[in-house]
Design a protein around this ligand. Structure first.
Ligand code: HAM
Length: 421
């Protein structure tokens, strides 16, 4: 009987795992350079936490189960809610801002397709305690910098603001529940349903305004255009905030963004600036990053506090690396295989491997292969250097070092092996 893995999950073989680890390390390094510290949260949480202010999109795709005490639990579909719970439980009194980052697997029961999985990974950050435009701008800048560090080129950063639409609706007496449904329909592109609901809510001329705002996208000229459309409305304040934030974003060296007031995001907790990054080389599921400003601490019993963050769809970033043929770093470029010309020399080979391993990855041939076969094995595994321990050389205190790329060999004194590399 053959066992198959569950739909929407994947196995990662060594080559792919190595590439994924490289991307993960670049992300971690970049987050840390901006002052973020890593945290970890449980893989499952109470259903109540996960569904609070999460939105229909998340709720309808949960892996949800009852534990043996009949409590409702869910595998985490994202990190923002768990991180805010962690903040309320442990970190409320710490100096602000708090800069937290995470890396881990998430679960959504979606229809699997290219770039959409049931188990996928997110790498993200949450900035807690500053609502200033420079804080929001720094968060977007960090996302873009991370992709630049990975040498991705063909991506677009779209920046919007859900507060504008929420304020228009609020001023018309539309409550939060309906606002959330509207945002969800916009996010999913369900135009007919949206029309029906907007008609039902009797928005008058503001229905037209909603459509005009949603259609606004382009460069910085969008800001004054939107401001004049919103003349005399509460929502005008929100567009001004977005303008100030974009100014700071330019200070961070990010100038090639697009203003896109049509972004709604699929989660209910967003309140202000929102952004999404798309990779143009990906065919389906181009969105590699999403984030924005939100309000959740008070939902979990904490004091209200400004918060913003983002999460990379880690798997999609890796796919974008492949699609853009971005280069993976030359980490572990120096790797070694040690082979002997006879079993008697194995102890010496193991001895040498321990010395080399202090500095570089090194393995001893464990199959007692003859030299020719060992070289083939090194080649197939992409190991760039082979050390051959032979009797004659050993008598002189030396071994042979073979460069697999060029095929050249030379004798080196054992005690100097690490120095000559
Ligand atoms: P999200 O847009 O739902 O936002 O997810 C973030 C990213 O995760 C998406 O842009 C996408 O790349 C990736 N993603 C989502 N679902 C899947 C899937 N089924 N398969 C593969 N990749 C997927 C959030 O989760 C927010 N918590 C982001 C955030 C952090 N906002 C503020 N702070």
């Amino acid at each position: 009987m053959e066992f198959r893995r569950p739909r929407g999950t994947r196995d990662f073989l060594p080559d792919e795992t190595r590439r994924r680890r490289f991307v993960e390390n670049v992300m971690r390094r970049t987050f840390e350079r901006f002052g973020y510290e890593e945290i970890q949260t449980p893989t499952f949480e109470t259903l109540e936490l996960i569904t609070a202010k999460s939105g229909e999109e998340i709720r309808s795709h949960l892996f949800h189960f009852k534990d043996k005490s009949n409590r409702d639990m869910a595998l985490r579909p994202e990190f923002t809610a768990p991180v805010m719970r962690l903040y309320v439980n442990h970190l409320q009194t710490k100096p602000k801002p708090l800069k937290l980052y995470y890396f881990g697997n998430c679960f959504r029961y979606e229809r699997p397709q290219s770039g959409r999985f049931r188990e996928f990974w997110q790498a993200g950050v949450e900035l807690i305690g500053s609502g200033y435009p420079e804080a929001e701008a720094e968060v977007i800048a960090l996302a873009v910098e991370t992709l630049r560090e990975l040498r991705l080129k063909d991506f677009e950063t779209h920046v919007g603001h859900v507060g504008i639409l929420r304020k228009i609706l609020e001023e018309r007496g539309v409550g939060e529940e309906h606002q959330n449904i509207i945002m969800g329909l916009i996010d999913k592109g369900e135009k007919e349903q949206l029309e029906l609901l907007l008609d039902k809510l009797k928005l008058g001329e503001d229905k037209d305004l909603v459509h005009k705002i949603l259609g606004l996208r382009g460069g910085d000229e969008v800001i004054p255009k939107a401001a004049s459309l919103l003349e005399g409305k509460k929502a005008q304040e929100e567009i001004e905030k977005l303008g100030q934030m974009l100014e700071k974003l330019r200070d961070f060296g990010i100038k090639d963004y697009r203003v896109n007031l049509g972004i709604a995001r699929g989660l209910d907790y967003y309140t202000g600036m929102v952004f999404e990054i798309y990779d143009n080389k990906l065919k389906a599921q181009k969105q590699i990053c999403g984030g924005g400003s939100y309000s959740l601490a008070e939902v979990f019993g904490g004091e209200p506090i400004p918060t913003c963050g983002f999460a990379f769809g880690f798997d999609r970033v890796v796919m974008a690396m492949e699609a853009e043929r971005a280069r993976y770093g030359e980490e572990d470029e120096k790797r070694f295989l040690i082979v002997t010309t006879g079993e008697k020399l194995l102890s010496k080979a193991i001895d040498i491997s321990r010395m080399i391993r202090e500095k570089f990855p090194c393995e001893v041939d464990l199959m007692r292969r003859r030299l020719g076969k060992a070289l083939k094995y090194a080649d197939s595994k992409g190991i760039p250097f082979v050390i051959i321990v032979g009797e004659d050389e050993l008598k002189r205190g030396r071994v042979i070092l073979r460069d697999m790329k060029t095929g050249t060999q030379r004798e080196v004194p054992i005690e100097r092996i690490i120095d000559v590399l």
